[in-house]
Design a protein around this ligand. Structure first.
Ligand SMILES: Cc1ncc(C[n+]2csc(CCOP(=O)(O)OP(=O)(O)O)c2C)c(N)n1
Ligand SMILES: [Mg+2]
Length: 890
């Protein structure tokens, strides 16, 4: 079938009849009946072989002018305020760069395009935390931060000095380049500037908000999550990846506002197409309510006169590259190239001057249109809403308007600055413009009074971040895990099993049980957690509408509206965002949750590392559990699954505290300590623990080990010398490889008469952090003697070379080298994993008991403590192939 354009009408009279029929149904029976009829016709059309596949509506505003909710308030005043904000935002960026040779950077064009979108929200919609609830959550587009500071400046929340220290944070008076709760903990709530993290975080914030409501933990009172995003940002898979969840979960507490200024950093977002139309299809397909705000009200009379649909057709056929060029090149160009395509169309604007044509505004710059869209969005139920607002990048910045390089513009030239001043009525002379001064009217000026009144009605100023929940949790002591401190007897279990039992113990705790949130990305069975399905229920906002296949079984798949487990599907980025939302619940909901997100360790930090970074910035509090960890411990699964580096990656996040425990009692001590540090002492840290699937017997906690477990290392077993002359070594191990190290100690004693002390290193990362900090303090206080750090304290008075072996890359254990005052040999699993048995893999990577023995003997040989023959003897005895390939590049 030949495709025909919507506007190529071969039989206008027939079309007219259909349209009139539709009109009369809408008029007499209402839009719902009309929609129903259209559905019937569509179904029938499909039966008859007429397929319609596109998800698009015409390139027009979704809300017809007659249906627009009227904006309340004083529009002149609001324009005046917006002008002040525009000016101060621009001045902030310019001033930072005038004095600093452009060194500090910043963005003018993004906020210039979104000022109206924010302003309408601030003046009429965003509710601040109040007595009743914690208010709306707003994700600000990162590089629009200057606009948010400019508003806060007018509100008196940010001083001129602070504005002048935009992007100068080191001395403590400055403002962050972008929203960073770590650096401005009373102001910004959400880090957003890494493109794509804002949208996915916002979706999961809305999801967790509903979760809290459905579990009846807190009443949300129609609170909303607003996310302001760039159209270029929508290219990110993270931006779009979770739209389906939002649709499926009917997150009607969520509003996306996509600022479609048609440009990203390098140039057009979709020069050859239309980003608004593309996004409409994507969002609609994912079950969202889509509101397009394409045209401002100055277009309304033209559209009304467009009886033949010529204007609509032209709007439809132009691509974004052209729309951008119209704004760059002005009114005469637009008249010629947009309207001039057709003589009748040209006539439509003949009464207008070029300036008038240029001023035909886009929807996102029209507060009336924006208000109507927001009004509809907040009143829409059963679906999340996206507002696709068309704007101009660098709006009103003269030479910077709609040019491809607008994104990086940090200054306006003098001419543009004068135009900007005149357009927004700033009271500055040409001379004054040189310094680009800020402008703030008096506190009792009508502008500032109006702003305050509007915000008072909405509960106060925003953004504002809560540092800690008002209710302090009472964390149980270590005795809550008493069972685990005694060991597993003769039962062989994995640390994963131990963890699941510990979590179940916490869930039963009267004080904090309710707060525990288990999160899995379709891996509960992998970790033996299916018992929790029935016991806790899987959260599902729709309940369970079917009888599960396994209903008769004890551990059946129970979905429930009040379910507690967050089963996020095969979606690590989503599950991590869900964890992040739960881990910041103490701040955004004033209700502390204790989330445990358990996943394949390989699909953690390397897969969603940027979200882990955002978790650090957000001061998330909770536990990440990298299960089936270790390069050789998750046997069988091979290269893509075997993680030998997540501890290196976790160490890059400064406030992520990580451990690689071997025994249940270690895990118990670490968990309890983590709970205490995060939820009792309110430390700004989160935890990463690796768990293994290898089963073995767990001993009882050695006397006095607790402190060492927390600090990162303790003496597990004293080496017994056969004679006084027996050489000595210190063996360090972590995770399951600690057990190889223990076996090596036996071999060294039995086969070679070497006495080996065995140390369990629960965290090389924590040991290094302490070491570095103390070295730095020493450098700054050269006259004071540095106290010994923990590594030194442990090894002080011990003799012999030190050998460490772990299931991670050598760099992990190597970290403590500066403080090991003896020859230090590190074994590790650098290279790609592969499938095989644990035993074979450990030998392949040279971290098993035999290699530990070999490394120990070799270290003693180098010290002259044993003869080379002994080393050769070991090689022979253990059948070590000296022509073995080097595992790192094999
Ligand atoms: C993950 C990531 N990649 C790249 C960047 C660099 N970057 C910052 S803003 C930007 C362009 C943004 O365009 P858009 O989302 O359309 O925002 P606009 O400024 O046009 O409103 C880019 C590429 C980033 N911040 N994060
Ligand atoms: Mg853009």
């Amino acid at each position: 079938m030949q495709k025909r354009s919507f506007f190529d009408d071969v039989d206008p009279a027939e079309t007219r009849e259909w349209l009139e029929a539709l009109e009369s149904v809408v008029e007499r029976e209402g839009p719902e009946r009309a929609a129903w009829l259209l559905d019937v016709i569509t179904n029938e059309a499909q039966e008859q072989g007429v397929y319609r596949t596109h998800l698009n509506t015409p390139y027009l505003n979704t809300i017809a002018p007659k249906d627009e909710a009227a904006i309340p308030g004083d529009m002149f005043m609001e324009r005046r305020i917006r002008s002040l904000i525009r000016w101060n935002a621009m001045a902030t960026v310019m001033r930072a760069n005038i004095d600093n040779d452009d060194e500090l950077g910043g963005h003018i064009a993004s906020f210039a395009s979104s000022a109206t979108l924010y302003d309408v929200g601030f003046n009429h919609f965003f509710r601040a935390p109040s007595e009743e609830n914690e208010g709306d959550l707003v994700f600000f587009q990162g590089h629009s931060a200057p606009g948010v500071y400019a508003r806060a400046y007018l509100e008196g929340r940010i001083s001129e000095e602070q504005l002048d220290n935009f992007r100068r944070e080191v001395d403590g008076k400055g403002l962050s380049s972008y929203p960073h709760p770590w650096l401005m903990p009373d102001f910004w709530q959400f880090p957003t500037v890494s493109m794509g993290l804002g949208p996915i975080q916002a979706i999961y914030q809305a999801h967790i908000m509903k979760y809290l409501q459905n579990r009846e933990l807190i009443q949300q009172d129609n609170r909303k999550v607003w996310a302001f995003l760039g159209d270029g940002e929508m290219d990110e898979p993270e931006s779009l990846g979770a739209l389906g969840l939002a649709g499926r979960e009917k997150l009607d507490n969520l509003v996306f506002v996509v600022n479609c200024n048609l440009q990203r950093l390098d140039g057009p977002v979709r020069g050859n197409g239309k980003i608004i139309q593309e996004l409409e299809g994507v969002f609609r397909g994912a079950g969202w309510n889509v509101i397009k705000v394409v045209w401002g009200r100055l277009w309304d009379p033209l559209l009304e006169k467009d009886s033949k649909g010529l204007l609509r057709r032209r709007m439809e056929e132009c691509v974004d590259g052209e729309y951008q060029a119209y704004k760059k090149n002005g009114g005469a160009y637009t008249r010629e190239h947009f309207f001039g395509e057709n003589p009748e169309l040209k006539k439509l604007v003949e009464h207008m001057s070029d300036d008038d044509v240029y001023r035909l505004n886009r929807g996102g710059h029209d507060p009336f249109k924006v208000y109507a869209a927001y009004h509809e969005a907040v009143n829409h139920t059963g679906q999340p809403t996206v507002i696709l607002a068309k704007t101009v990048k660098g709006y009103a910045t003269g030479a910077g308007e709609a040019v491809n390089k607008a994104h990086q513009m940090k200054k306006l030239d003098l001419e543009s600055l004068k135009d900007f001043r005149d357009r927004f009525d700033m009271p500055f002379t040409d001379e004054q413009l040189e310094d680009v001064p800020y402008y703030r009217p008096a506190d009792d000026s009508p502008e500032l009074r109006y702003m305050k009144e509007q915000r008072d009605k909405l509960g106060g100023y925003m953004p504002v971040r809560r540092r800690k929940a008002s209710q302090q949790l009472t964390i149980p002591g270590l005795d809550v895990f008493a069972n685990f401190l005694e060991g597993s007897g003769d039962r062989e279990i994995s640390t994963t099993m131990a963890f699941v039992r510990m979590m179940s113990t916490l869930i039963k705790d009267k004080q904090i049980g309710d707060r525990v949130v288990p999160i899995v990305p379709d891996e509960a069975r992998t970790f033996g957690m299916e018992g929790l399905f029935r016991q806790l229920g899987i959260y599902s906002s729709g309940g369970q509408k079917y009888e599960p296949e396994d209903a008769g079984q004890i551990m059946y798949y129970r979905e429930e509206k009040k379910g507690r487990i967050l089963e996020e599907g095969i979606n690590e980025a989503g599950a991590m965002s869900g964890w992040l939302a739960a881990a910041t619940s103490y701040s955004v909901h004033n209700f502390t949750l204790i989330p445990f997100y358990i996943y394949y360790s390989m699909f953690g930090f390397q897969r969603v590392g940027d979200l882990a970074w955002a978790a650090g910035d957000s001061q998330a509090r909770g536990f990440l559990l990298g299960a089936t960890a270790g390069r050789t411990t998750l046997n069988g699964e091979g290269l893509q699954h075997q993680d030998g580096h997540s501890h290196i990656l976790s160490s890059t996040v400064a406030n992520c505290v990580s451990y690689d425990p071997t025994y249940s009692y270690e895990l118990a001590v670490i968990l309890q300590d983590g709970l205490r540090r995060m939820y009792e002492d309110n430390e700004r840290v989160f935890y990463y623990l690796t768990l293994m699937n290898e089963n073995y017997i767990h001993g009882a906690m050695p006397e006095g080990a607790e402190e060492g477990i927390r600090k990162g290392m303790y003496l597990l077993r004293e080496g017994k010398a056969k004679t006084k002359k027996s050489p000595k070594v210190q063996l360090l191990g972590s995770g399951t490889i600690l057990r190889e190290v223990e076996a090596a100690a036996e071999l060294l004693r039995e086969d070679f008469d070497v006495a080996a002390d065995v140390w369990s290193v629960t965290s090389f990362n924590e040991l290094r952090r302490e070491g570095l900090k103390m070295d730095r303090d020493e450098m700054l206080n050269p006259e004071e003697e540095r106290p010994a750090n923990w590594v030194e304290k442990c090894l002080d008075g011990r003799s012999g070379p030190v050998i460490a072996s772990t299931d991670y890359m050598r760099a992990y254990a190597d970290q403590i080298r500066p403080w090991v005052n003896a020859p230090y040999t590190v074994l590790g699993t650098d290279g790609f994993g592969r499938s095989d048995s644990r035993q074979k893999l450990r030998h392949f990577f040279e971290v098993d008991r035999y290699f530990v023995v070999l490394a120990a003997l070799n270290a003693l040989r180098k010290e002259g403590k044993v003869e080379v023959g002994l080393v050769k003897q070991a090689i022979e005895k253990y059948g070590i192939d000296t022509d073995k390939p080097y595992p790192v590049m094999h």
